[in-house]
Design a protein around this ligand. Structure first.
Ligand SMILES: Cc1cc2nc3c(=O)[nH]c(=O)nc-3n(C[C@H](O)[C@H](O)[C@H](O)COP(=O)(O)O)c2cc1C
Length: 361
């Protein structure tokens, strides 16, 4: 285990590649969410880099249709990082050679996913407890990546009694990773648990890599606070970016000119949502686009009154046209102050707990 860390460090330290992007905010990889439409909108509003969702390393090599679909991105979406999932260094070595042809800005190893279906196969966050294998995978990726930076996305460790993020980050760097992303929760912590940003700060002090901080950035001021509290090089935004690309533009404005901005108006939210919906239907077509459109409509409107009425009317819709009409009608009612003030605590709680939420069940 230690051998990998020490032996390779001499050889690879000079080879580690750093991320070269303009800006500080990165969108997190999110399964079923970080697709082409999401990337285009996030970039338009100022995200410095976006991600694919996690893609099976083996699936790419086997030309699995979905894996290739998740992997690919358009030129206009660049810079995009690709995240891969797996447990076999040999497969990673070959897969990364394929991925390099797409010229992503970075190739990331998923070593943070806590879902049992993944960890039971020694993938995702299970790799953090298999340090020798973890080091071999990072080394295989680095060997095949050429000029493209390699990163790892880690959690803090299995639980609060076994925090091993610093040890794992060191192994990753010794094996060629130039970037380390830290989702500051343990493997057994749910999303509503407050993240422990102090570990991001500790990694920044102790690890010779660019550090990406991640965990509960829900508005643009949170991002600024994470940078000042931890010193991290980049901030990764997950749930906070859902239906809220404005987080990126507001953060950039704050950093560039110190200006604090108001929440975007109903008109701006509607206009951005319509643009996002058109991209969704262009990408997925009228049938597959429906559910993705519905999720996004709820996310965009969740901070306004009348969200429960919106959901009740939205769920049964089956036609693309009806989706667009409902957005217009709902926005019109919001302009007119039609809905009575609603308590947003419940929807906020469900959003944070369940991520993809439907208030009806
Ligand atoms: C819907 C959803 C899907 C996710 N899928 C992935 C994934 O594919 N790969 C990954 O490393 N993390 C995934 N995550 C975790 C996020 O990348 C991020 O680490 C987590 O949401 C914490 O950030 P946040 O508190 O800003 O949401 C996912 C999270 C959500 C909400």
């Amino acid at each position: 285990m230690e051998r990998i860390g020490i032996e390779e460090s001499v050889e690879t330290k000079t080879l580690t590649k750093k991320l070269n992007i303009e800006g500080k905010l990165i969108t997190a990889p999110m399964a079923e969410v970080t697709d082409s439409p999401f990337r285009i909108i996030s970039k338009k509003f100022g995200a410095a880099m976006t991600f694919t969702q996690m893609v099976s390393a083996e699936g790419i090599l086997k030309n699995n249709f979905n894996s290739l679909r998740f992997l690919t991105f358009a030129r206009e979406e660049r810079p995009v990082a690709v995240q891969i999932l797996g447990n076999d260094p040999g497969i990673f070595r070959e897969t990364v050679k394929e991925i390099v042809k797409f010229k992503p800005a970075m190739i990331d190893l998923n070593a943070g996913c806590p879902v049992t279906k993944v960890t039971s196969k020694k993938m995702g966050s299970a790799l953090m407890s298999e340090r020798s294998l973890f080091g071999e995978i990072v080394k295989a990726m680095s060997d095949s990546a050429g000029d493209i930076p390699i990163s790892v996305k880690l959690r803090l460790g299995p639980n609060k009694n076994v925090i091993n993020v610093i040890e794992n980050a060191k192994v990753a760097v010794d094996n060629g990773a130039g970037v380390v992303s830290i989702h500051a929760r343990t493997q057994d912590e749910e999303y509503e648990i407050e993240p422990h940003w102090e570990w991001i700060a500790k990694a920044k002090k102790e690890i010779d890599a660019q550090i990406v901080g991640n965990g509960s950035i829900f508005n643009y001021k949170d991002a600024k606070r994470m940078i000042s509290e931890t010193g991290c090089d980049f901030v990764m935004v997950g749930r906070g970016a859902l239906g809220n690309p404005f987080l990126f533009s507001r953060f950039n404005k704050l950093m560039d000119s110190g200006v604090e901005t108001e929440e975007p108006s109903i008109a701006i939210v509607k206009e951005t949502l319509l643009e996002h919906l058109k991209l969704i239907f262009r990408e997925y077509g009228a049938i597959l686009g429906l559910d993705k459109a519905k999720k996004n409509i709820i996310w965009y409107f969740k901070r306004f009154d009348g969200i429960d009425f919106l959901i009740v009317n939205l769920i049964p819709l089956k036609e693309e046209n009806d989706i667009f009409s409902l957005v217009e009608i709902h926005a019109e009612k919001l302009f007119d102050g039609f809905y009575k003030k609603s308590d947003k605590t419940l929807i906020d709680k469900k959003f944070k707990e369940r991520i993809v939420f439907w208030l009806l069940n």
